[in-house]
Design a protein around this ligand. Structure first.
Ligand code: URA
Length: 430
């Protein structure tokens, strides 16, 4: 087999065999296929697409490129969740403790933020002492003890994705449904859970801008996982404006804790309740809405979160004392000087603004500042007076304040008519 022939075959629109796909993945991971050939292959896939069968084969080859977690030492239904990435998305920090209150087990591998979207590991590491680099035994033991644990994705799991994702990022081949599905599902397969719920974000702050595309991705990921005998379902949720109010690492931890105390923003709280309900449903557990909300109301989920911090070296006192988190004390209000209803907030621009303040990375190697970010003071449907701020930024001396303010102002569209507040839940796919 020659890589040249496989590139040509895909370029000309033909379906590849399982062996050809496996040859590409093995060859790229072991260094026999160079970046320039893999880049050409990815571009051919981007334009000619892959069938569901090819995507399935690509997923198997990628999952088999590294280690697979074995969760058999953990009793009970092991569930995982995956968000396709958004702005202000801190759902994992709230939903995992809620779901653990029902006895489900979650051994969650999470990533860091890149570009305009944030990552759970960066958020957790803003908590003093918090460890996310766990040995496998410790990871499983925490899940057995308290129901869940969150660890950074190790290089041993799906090395093919690590390498291919970096190349896709540099060659404008990220936004292809087969490449996204194989990247996500291979990691979920290697993660070893019995069932996975996908939170597929749709809108200006998401990879996928339309419900149609999101639905196609969700169905593809669900079908592939089911072929492997795993359970799966998906929630399509709105990312046309930032989720909740806080964007930035420590700021999002505070908002997650407030939500666990029952004082979170409505859209974010609603999404957490929906995800919890769907995770229970996937595991075959039915719970009334009151019972799900009771995990928050009773303080049980907050207690689980405190246990989680203790187990992973984090200071649980942050729950009662936010001063222990490294939030920047230097803030500035952003005004747009127009009055009217907020009609639209381009979530991607808000995400990029937060990144320019230092909360995210332009490149993988960049250091982030856990204390910077922004608070969205006005959301879609809110009225704003000309002299009122729409956002508050938390800055450091390294923040690109001028560019961030410009982006925030351009993200807001004001109108005279009051728009409907967008629904957070767009669709559930089972
Ligand atoms: N998230 C992933 O893990 N992979 C993709 O390709 C896109 C989003």
């Amino acid at each position: 087999m020659r890589m040249y022939d496989i590139i040509k075959k895909k370029r000309d629109g033909y379906e590849l065999t399982s062996d050809e796909i496996d040859f590409v993945i093995k060859g790229y991971v072991n260094g026999k296929i160079p970046d320039y050939q893999m880049a050409a292959f990815l571009m051919a896939v981007y334009f000619q697409k892959m069938s569901e069968r090819e995507t399935y084969d690509l997923t198997i080859s990628m999952a088999n490129s590294g280690k697979m977690l074995d969760l058999s030492s953990i009793d009970g239904f092991k569930i995982d969740k995956h968000s396709t990435g958004g702005v202000g998305d801190k759902t994992t920090l709230v939903v995992l403790p809620m779901v653990a209150c029902f006895g489900l087990k979650i051994a969650k591998m999470s990533g860091r933020g890149l570009g305009h979207t944030g990552g759970t590991i960066d958020k957790l590491e803003s908590i003093p002492g918090m460890r996310t680099n766990l040995k496998e035994d410790e990871f499983y033991s925490i899940v057995r003890d308290i129901g869940f644990s969150i660890a950074g994705q190790t290089g041993e799991l799906v090395p093919a994705d690590k390498k291919i994702y970096a190349l896709r990022d540099a060659t404008a081949t990220v936004d292809n449904i087969s490449l996204i599905a194989s990247s996500i599902v291979s990691k979920k397969l290697a993660g070893g859970a019995d069932g996975v719920i996908f939170d597929v974000k749709v809108g200006s702050g998401a990879f996928l801008k339309t419900v149609d595309e999101a639905r196609r991705l969700a169905n593809l990921m669900i079908n592939i996982l089911r072929k492997f005998g795993r359970k799966a379902s998906a929630v399509l949720s709105n990312m046309d404006q930032p989720l909740g109010r806080m964007v930035g690492n420590s700021l999002e931890v505070i908002e997650a804790i407030e939500t666990l105390k029952g004082k979170g923003p409505d859209d974010f709280t609603e999404l957490c309740l929906i995800l919890c309900r769907e995770m229970l449903d996937l595991a075959g557990l039915k719970a009334e809405e009151d019972e799900i909300y009771d995990t928050i109301h009773s303080g049980k989920a907050l207690g689980k979160f405190a246990d989680f911090l203790r187990m992973q070296g984090g200071n649980p006192e942050v729950i009662e004392n936010y001063d222990l988190l490294p939030v920047s004390s230097k803030t500035m209000d952003v005004r747009i000087g127009e009055s009217g209803y907020v009609n639209r907030i381009d979530a991607e621009l808000i995400g990029v603004a937060s990144m320019l303040l230092g909360a995210g990375r332009v490149k993988k190697e960049d250091e982030i500042d856990p204390g910077v970010g922004l608070e969205v003071l006005k959301k879609v449907g809110n009225f704003v007076e000309a002299n009122e701020p729409v956002a508050r930024i938390y800055v450091s001396e390294k923040s690109d304040i001028d560019s961030a303010i410009k982006l925030i102002k351009s993200a807001y569209k004001i109108s005279n008519d009051r728009p409907q507040s967008p629904e957070i839940l767009l669709e559930v796919i089972k």
